[in-house]
Design a protein around this ligand. Structure first.
Ligand code: SIN
Ligand code: FE2
Length: 218
């Protein structure tokens, strides 16, 4: 339950910072004040650019449904991974980045010590129970000085946060609706992934988890 402070501002008691390592932090509940606007904006993006299951360069269908907002969208196909200004399904530019996305991403980055973050890409991942994202590095962007900002909505997930080698031990970080993870600096290229989601139900998103991953790609 939320309470109001002396000035009438809503205070989220679950709003805490949890450092994972140098350069990486979980901001618990950081997205909750924007929840309604975020969900409306996601619906608007998805109406223009529906979720789809991309193919990996190795020919596997990704279990996580994906779409994008912003000037650049992350895509994968038989030729590899890339950022593309055009949605290959529609032949049109990706939907523009909603203001609430930009505001949240730059505020979270600044809160984590990365002032001036201006993402040009938002990958929207949709998970259902059983879907997962194997350990990977985010390394298709030009400037590794820019952090990654990752927003969790809907049913919970177990995030894996590893080291600089795929085989390094990873820690397990439970992520819930409204949590934001920021990693940059010396943590920018750490391996990360998501364990298969357990069956669950969220009041607003039902059996789905939506993750927004913000990057400055170009
Ligand atoms: C990603 O690494 O692109 C997504 C991570 C997540 O879904 O939490
Ligand atoms: Fe990633």
């Amino acid at each position: 339950m939320n309470t109001a402070d002396l000035f009438g501002n809503v205070v989220y008691p679950e709003h805490r910072d949890e450092p994972l390592c140098d350069g990486a932090v979980v901001l618990r509940g950081f997205a909750l004040p924007d929840e309604t606007m975020l969900l409306q904006s996601i619906d608007a993006v998805v109406a223009q650019a529906p979720f789809r299951h991309l193919t990996t360069p190795g020919g596997f269908r990704m279990s996580v449904g994906m779409t994008n907002a912003g000037p650049l969208g992350w895509v994968s196909d038989r030729h590899g991974y890339r950022y593309d200004p055009i949605d290959p399904d529609s032949g049109k530019p990706w939907p523009s980045m909603p203001d609430v996305f930009l505001g949240l991403a730059s505020a979270a980055a600044a809160h984590a010590g990365f002032a001036g973050f201006m993402p040009d890409a938002c990958l929207i991942n949709r998970y259902t129970p059983g879907t997962r994202l194997t350990l990977h590095q985010d390394r298709d962007e030009h400037d590794f000085a820019q952090p990654i900002v990752s927003v969790s909505l809907g049913i919970p997930a177990m995030f894996l946060f590893g080291g600089m080698q795929r085989t390094d031990r990873s820690i397990r970080v439970p992520l819930a609706h409204g949590d934001v993870v920021v990693w940059g600096g010396s943590a920018r290229l750490r391996y990360h992934g998501v364990l298969p989601l357990k069956p669950n139900h969220h009041d607003v998103l039902g059996a789905y988890r939506i993750n927004l991953t913000f990057r400055q790609a170009g």
